[in-house]
Design a protein. Sequence first.
Length: 94
Amino acid sequence: LGELHHQNLRRMGIHDLFDGHCLSYIEGVIKPDSRFFRRALEIAGTEPYETLFIDDCPEFCAAARELGIHAEVYDIAQHNDFITRLAKGYLFAG
């Protein structure tokens, strides 16, 4: 599953925008457990206020927000609108 995520991100042209990838099955802890998000911050080397978490599950985004992480719910049916919203709401540095 992890490699599939990487392939999809590459296909979408956004893989290189990520500072790191935290996968539940590798870390041994699943969302919405706060340990997952703390590990993701560690992997990315960022503070919560510097971090954007994207997921298709509103509950997981809410858990990230509880730690001060920016979070956006992704809906594939609204992909173009989602990308536009991200571009307007966040500064991406590559």
